[in-house]
Design a protein around this ligand. Structure first.
Ligand code: F1P
Length: 354
């Protein structure tokens, strides 16, 4: 069993500052090719798709892309495009760009979604993957390959964040938002500081005897909260849930007790509302971990991590993820499980006969 510093997934998590820098170089090197595709038509809709982690990435990406560009954007599981296309493509004549995301580039539903998308009259496919020779890269009009982020682990960590950086870059290009792109370029250095300052603390919090861990995030953070939840399920075999912050009061809050930890990814837009939900969790006996850019005035969280980036909520979002990954890793080790070999899982789901 790979534990502690020998764990592959831990090495991949902690390598992210360097991997993000390398990914950034890649993105800049692909700027012209990307712009050519992104501006080749006046796209009515941008569809982001993937499976598992990359579906959650699609949710976060779609929300961010629409906010930044005004382009109608949706994040859908690849299986919905492949099997229930009528609900995804209400207007057959719409010009739709599919941004298909897959670490392996070979997940069956994602490849099927690309093939189904090709049946639309006005379409194109941008593939984002870590593997150059993958079926996705071969089928896409343009493949953006974040090869430095590829992984040996089953659970995605740096692959997820690097491909997230790629979709953020794309949104920045479409929005023609140079300050945003310049801010993204500072993320690798900021992440190094965040990991140095907070990595150990996250390990301590993860070591608590939590029975229920809830991930809360709204707007662009909802998809990232879902990814935190998935990491805990995949690696630590711990049931967890993710909610939009204010949704949590509508029923799930009934489950809060002293062995509940709510991890909140705080936005700028709705910070006061979000902190109020965390306060409700504490009032009911639960504990809270708030991940925000600055400590809230008067906030009384059980645990708090301040990213201290000075970046807006969209630009800094990726900084939360390695902390959630570390949380899942340390929870896994605390439970005596092997984070490198999650049970029942493989790197990619390739269906028989695909
Ligand atoms: C998607 C995915 C992973 C998950 C699991 C099975 O892979 O669902 O998110 O961890 O191992 O595959 P991909 O299409 O991004 O390669």
């Amino acid at each position: 069993m790979a534990l502690g510093d020998e764990s592959i997934v831990l090495q991949e998590i902690t390598s992210q500052p360097e991997v993000w820098s390398a990914t950034w170089q890649r993105l800049e090197a692909n700027r012209d090719r990307l712009q050519e595709l992104l501006f080749s038509q006046c796209w009515d809709t941008i569809l982001f798709t993937g499976c598992g982690s990359t579906y959650y990435l699609s949710l976060a990406a779609a929300r961010q892309h629409q906010v930044m560009t005004g382009q109608r954007s949706r994040g859908v599981p690849a299986s919905e495009i492949a099997l229930f296309p009528a609900g995804v493509y209400p207007d057959v004549l719409a010009q739709t760009l599919l941004i298909a995301i897959s670490r392996s580039g070979e997940t069956t539903e994602t490849i099927r979604a690309v093939e189904r998308h090709r049946q639309q009259p006005q379409q194109a496919v941008l593939g984002i993957t870590c593997r150059e020779d993958s079926p996705l890269a071969q089928r896409a009009d343009l493949a953006l390959v974040t090869a430095e982020a590829d992984e040996r682990s089953v659970a995605q960590t740096r692959a997820f964040t690097s491909m997230y950086l790629a979709v953020q870059y794309i949104s920045g290009l479409v929005a023609n938002d140079s300050p945003f792109l310049q801010t993204l370029a500072r993320l690798p250095a900021r992440l190094r500081t965040v990991l140095e300052r907070h990595g150990e603390f996250i390990a301590q919090v993860a070591g608590g005897g939590w029975e229920r861990v809830i991930f809360l995030g709204s707007g662009p953070y909802y998809g990232l909260a879902c990814e935190g939840m998935l990491k805990l399920k995949e690696m630590a075999l711990s049931w967890s849930e993710a909610y939009h912050f204010l949704e949590f009061r509508h029923g799930p809050i009934a489950l809060v007790d002293e062995r509940t930890l709510a991890i909140g990814l705080l936005s700028d837009t709705a910070e006061d509302y979000e902190r109020a939900v965390l306060a409700d969790v504490r009032r009911l006996g639960g504990r809270t971990l708030a991940i925000a850019d600055t400590p809230g005035a008067g906030a009384d969280e059980t645990y708090a991590v301040d990213l201290g980036s000075g970046m807006n909520e969209l630009a800094r979002a990726a900084l939360c993820l390695p902390l959630l990954q570390l949380f899942a890793f340390h929870r896994t080790v605390a439970r005596g499980l092997d984070p490198d070999h999650p049970r029942h899982l493989q790197q990619a789901v390739v269906l028989a006969g695909a």
